[in-house]
Ligand binder design. Structure first.
Ligand SMILES: O=C(CO)COP(=O)(O)O
Length: 121
């Protein structure tokens, strides 16, 4: 079983749901468990996926996922960031991405790279 963390900023949540729908069979076939920041997780659940929901990003959800990465509990991160919006919790976002690099965890920040990573996963 592998764990994939999914996170999407508000302007990218629809793309995340679309991405998951497009990969529904692969997620099942590869026995992937999903964890997510709060609102991303709620949207994911509404689309019919099982997902562990952590706190909403601005309330510490990114930091919780960063902590799971540091503990070696995450195998891949899909984080659809919105580069055209401001985020009050930017330090948490950088921490999450930094810890992916520290621990050599694959990180996709847009659908094109996420598609490639999922193929290889
Ligand atoms: O803010 C986020 C990522 O930085 C996402 O958080 P939500 O999924 O709770 O909207």
């Amino acid at each position: 079983m592998k764990t994939v963390a999914i996170i999407a900023h508000n302007g990218k949540k629809a793309e995340m749901v679309q991405f998951l729908n497009n990969h529904r069979e692969a997620l099942q076939a590869k026995n992937i468990t999903l964890i997510a920041t709060g609102t991303t997780g709620a949207k994911t659940e509404s689309a019919g996926f099982e997902v562990e929901k952590l706190l909403s990003g601005p309330l510490g959800g990114d930091a919780q996922i960063a902590s799971r990465i540091a503990e070696g509990k995450v195998d891949m991160v899909i984080f659809f960031r919105d580069p055209l919006d401001k985020h009050p919790h930017e330090p948490d976002i950088f921490m999450l991405m930094r810890l992916c690099d520290v621990h050599d965890i694959p990180l996709a920040t847009n659908p094109a790279s996420a598609r490639l990573l999922m193929q290889a996963f």
